[in-house]
Design a binder for this molecule. Structure first.
Ligand code: ADP
Length: 417
């Protein structure tokens, strides 16, 4: 069966078509500038070893129009409404087809940001599911409405195809109250559902599953998963189930990230509001979009920051020191929370690719039995064990695959009798 995985943002739509017989990505792409004031909508698309970059399409007024584009492209249907396109696509999109007709799409899986306390697992989309996603809009005010637009768009253009919602928060719902509650008056939890939810759950769950398959772990194994990308979070898992995570009611909490500040004293918000005549929303936007590595150095990209660290720039040096220090403190605190740790796993853009960042993360943790083998670490490609033979704790790199995890859930739920 072929499954279409959709990740809808407020003005964008990412898609991947996966053949579940061999788990191969048949085609993938990104539609941008949907329903914005820009004159065109942009499409980037790749299939097999071919790629079309930033084709400008006639304006898509909404996600349903963007989905109609996507379905035409997947079918290789002629479209003459391209505004600007690479030479081989000018005037038409012939040759992009990877399916004969829409019946080839067996199911659609949607990434949904916030499932609140309602969703502990993925669910087949029906009216009740949509209502519950709507009820969680206050918790995910930017993402959930966009995710709903993606769902409604697919319902419109693929009315007979089963759809599944996969939540970024669901994996973390196994956390105990002592980990997820904040020590503020109980009414804020009971009335407003203020608590830690955690994010990147699809990635953490996929990695926890792969770790169970790959690592020979003892019963009640304790692992720490380090999802280090532009957004970053850790999870502490006992027996594959999440017992703690670094992100909170929103993805702002925890580690120093590309553009997010991570943990700080919440009193900073009022302080800045008063001194700079800013609203709390403006301060939070600054903390989400202009902070972290970007705020400290002017670049959110770990490769740039590392190059400047190597050149001895003081801002980059401090940023790398802070990034590593905060990460190391969380690794230590999660090990303490679980009464030890059997394995540490690195994943996502930085975790999978940045050799030195993995060493910075655990440097000085030999006292906890954590020892990385420099050569194995430098040589790691794909799934690889990078701990020294005498390390008590196994250290691994495991590439994440959120789209595949979404597709696997979609396959399971859409074919369940
Ligand atoms: P997102 O959260 O946007 O999905 P990614 O998981 O793609 O982020 O991670 C992006 C981060 O990964 C960036 O900071 C980037 O610098 C870093 N990164 C990607 N490739 C490499 C590489 N080869 N070496 C070092 N860092 C890398």
């Amino acid at each position: 069966m072929k499954i279409l995985v959709i990740n809808a943002g407020s003005s964008s739509l990412k898609f991947q078509l996966i053949d579940m017989d061999n788990q191969e990505v048949i085609a993938k792409g990104l539609v941008e500038r949907i329903g914005t004031v820009d004159p065109t909508t942009d499409l980037t698309y790749s299939w097999g070893d071919r790629k079309l970059k930033e084709i400008q399409l006639k304006k898509a007024a909404d996600h349903a129009e963007a989905m109609a584009f996507v379905l035409d492209v997947l079918q290789g249907k002629d479209r003459t409404d391209l505004e600007v396109a690479p030479d081989d696509a000018r005037g038409h999109l012939k040759g992009t087809g990877v399916i004969r007709d829409l019946k080839d799409i067996g199911a659609v899986g949607h990434r949904v940001l916030h499932g609140g306390e309602k969703f502990t697992a993925s669910c087949l989309i029906d009216d009740a599911c949509i209502k519950a996603i709507e009820e969680n809009i206050p918790l995910g005010p930017l993402h959930n409405p966009a995710n709903l637009m993606g769902i409604r768009a697919c319902q419109k253009v693929l009315p007979d195809v089963p759809q599944v919602a996969v939540f970024d928060t669901a994996f973390h719902q196994t956390m105990p109250p002592k980990a997820y509650r904040y020590a503020i008056p109980t009414e804020y939890y009971t009335d407003l559902h203020i608590r830690k939810y955690g994010f990147h759950g699809t990635s953490h769950r996929y990695i926890a599953g792969r770790a169970t398959e790959l690592l020979k772990l003892p019963r009640n194994s304790r692992i720490i998963i380090c999802h280090l990308g532009n957004g970053s979070s850790l999870s502490a898992c006992v027996d594959g189930k999440c017992v703690d995570t670094t992100m909170g009611i929103t993805p702002l909490d925890g580690l120093v990230m590309g553009t997010r500040c991570g943990t700080l004293d919440p009193a900073v918000v009022e302080f800045i509001c008063n001194r700079r005549n800013m609203t709390p929303t403006e301060v939070l936007t600054m903390m989400n979009k202009k902070s972290g590595l970007l705020g400290l150095t002017g670049s959110s990209d770990m490769r740039d920051v590392t190059a400047r660290y190597d050149a001895g720039e003081p801002e980059a040096t401090l940023a790398i020191e802070m990034w590593s220090y905060v990460l190391k403190k969380y690794i230590g605190s999660f090990a303490a929370a679980m009464g030890g740790v059997d394995a540490i796993i690195f994943t996502a853009g930085i975790g999978e690719n940045h050799v030195r960042a993995r060493e910075w993360a655990v440097e000085g943790l030999e006292f906890m039995g954590i020892k990385v083998d420099h050569e194995k670490n430098a040589a790691a490609r794909g799934e690889a064990k990078i701990s020294a033979d005498d390390s008590k704790v196994q250290v691994w790199v495991i590439p994440t695959n959120e789209e595949l995890a979404i597709a696997l859930d979609t396959l399971e739920l859409s074919t369940k009798k």
